[in-house]
Design a protein around this ligand. Structure first.
Ligand code: SF4
Ligand code: SF4
Length: 198
């Protein structure tokens, strides 16, 4: 009897606590996703030049431990007309998300700021090949991630596609380093200091 009462008191105490779980999949009861949460990988969009960050270099494809990625690069026509710094650009890309183990190796090896672990995690399908995400789907996931998190490239000077935007960044960096330089000491003042010390 006493044991039952003790148990009831514990239950009553727990009821008053803030909920840390939610009933899936009711959208109204969803808990917000933490920024560091790692969902499926997604491709990112270079808004400075309206094109993919991805050059289709295939480094991630070779590094993926489950070999669930594939893709191909082409010569970037916009590089030829001088409107993009990217010589090559992705032509098509696919990730079989059913086989992805969300290890983030593809993100770590990408040197072009082109891929990130998005917050997308609800892509279960009934079909065996239903979770194959193509370039358009991966980009949609990436754009949502960019908008939700205010994502910025880690190496903007290297990876921004717009030649004008990069020139502006370089000018700003030059101006900043100029501003940090110490003022040159006038010759007259130097001599005066020498005399003072003697
Ligand atoms: S997260 Fe890992 S398994 Fe998934 S696509 Fe990237 S490298 Fe492959
Ligand atoms: S995501 Fe990065 S590593 Fe993968 S193909 Fe594109 S540029 Fe290369």
């Amino acid at each position: 009897m006493l044991g039952n009462l003790k148990g009831l008191l514990v239950t009553l105490g727990v009821i008053r606590r803030k909920h840390v779980t939610a009933q899936y999949p009711d959208p109204k009861k969803r808990l917000s996703i933490d920024e560091r949460f790692m969902g499926f990988p997604a491709l990112l969009w270079d808004y400075s030049n309206d094109e993919h960050f991805c050059t289709g270099c295939m480094v991630c494809v070779r590094a993926c431990p489950t070999q669930c990625m594939s893709g191909e690069m082409i010569d970037n026509p916009r590089h030829a007309d001088g409107t993009s710094r990217r010589r090559k650009i992705v032509d098509w890309f696919e990730i079989n998300l059913n086989r992805c183990i969300v290890c983030a190796i593809c993100v770590d090896v990408c040197n072009f700021d082109a891929i990130e672990m998005s917050h997308e995690h609800e892509l279960s399908k009934y079909e065996r090949n239903g979770a194959r995400a193509d370039l358009g789907q991966l980009l949609e996931m990436g754009k949502k991630f960019q908008a939700d998190t205010g994502w910025k490239p880690t190496q903007p000077e290297k990876n921004t596609g717009s030649p004008e935007a990069v020139e502006k960044m370089k000018e700003a960096a030059r101006a900043e380093s100029e501003a940090k330089k110490p003022e040159p000491v006038a010759v007259g003042k130097t001599e005066a200091r020498k005399e003072e010390s003697e």
